[in-house]
Design a protein around this ligand. Structure first.
Ligand code: COA
Length: 199
């Protein structure tokens, strides 16, 4: 994530969180927090790389208008705290959900944690946020404790953690990565679902 991405990030943030972060929080993290990393997910190419025979002016406007900023469809951020990586934010634009992009962002954070030799990855999630909790469970996160009234609107947070240093976790992550890669490849190209890929 770069400062120029923040306006699109904030638009997604407002669609994703009941109590969104302001732009200033992201800009502070990007400019001053040396122990934080933030990534954006860019809209994948549509395959419409050549101009159509008719309507090429509209096509050209579309291509020229496709700035990096308008291509941001999701993001993840995390901070390194002693021997743990703490995920501070993760979201996918509502139009792009349920296609594996949230997993790709989570996987990015977890793999960075492994590179940093972290003991665990932790995060807070709203008690009512079933979608995110399911995603975290799929990646081996377990419920640890409740932080009563943690959010500004008074909702409780669940602290969840994944013990990423365990050998069994590495094998699980490798399986999840293979399955996710096959899913994304199939979505993008139609290749990989029934062509003998082992998942
Ligand atoms: C949580 C979020 C990032 C998931 O992104 P996504 O791209 O839709 O997720 P994916 O398609 O990668 O799904 C990954 C897994 O999450 C779970 N999941 C995602 N959306 C779900 C839903 N609506 N209902 C139930 N489970 C869901 C499933 O376990 C899914 O695995 P599956 O495809 O094998 O069923 C997205 O819903 C979001 O941006 N929510 C708003 C912001 C937010 O709540 N962030 C988390 C803060 S702690």
């Amino acid at each position: 994530m770069e400062p120029g991405d923040v306006s699109t990030v904030i638009a997604i943030e407002k669609l994703s969180y009941p109590t969104p972060w302001p732009a200033s929080s992201y800009l502070y993290e990007l400019r001053h927090n040396t122990r934080a990393s933030y990534y954006v997910l860019l809209k994948p190419p549509t395959g419409e790389s050549a101009p159509p025979e008719r309507g090429w002016r509209r096509w050209l406007r579309g291509v020229l208008g496709l700035s990096r900023e308008s291509r941001v469809i999701g993001y993840v951020g995390f901070r390194l705290q002693l021997d743990e990586v703490h995920i501070s934010t993760i979201a996918v634009h509502p139009d792009w959900r349920r296609r594996g992009w949230g997993e790709l962002l989570l996987l990015t954070a977890v793999e960075q944690a492994l590179e940093l030799e972290s003991r665990c990855v932790s995060l807070e999630v709203r008690a009512s946020n079933q979608a995110a909790q399911n995603m975290y469970r799929k990646y081996g996160f377990r419920f640890k404790s409740v932080h009563p009234g943690y959010y500004r609107d008074g909702e409780d947070a669940w602290l969840m953690e994944a013990e990423v240093y365990e050998d069994a976790y590495g094998a699980r992550l490798a399986r999840l990565r293979r399955a996710l890669e096959a899913r994304l490849r199939w979505q993008q190209t139609g290749v990989g679902q029934n062509d003998g890929d082992t998942i």
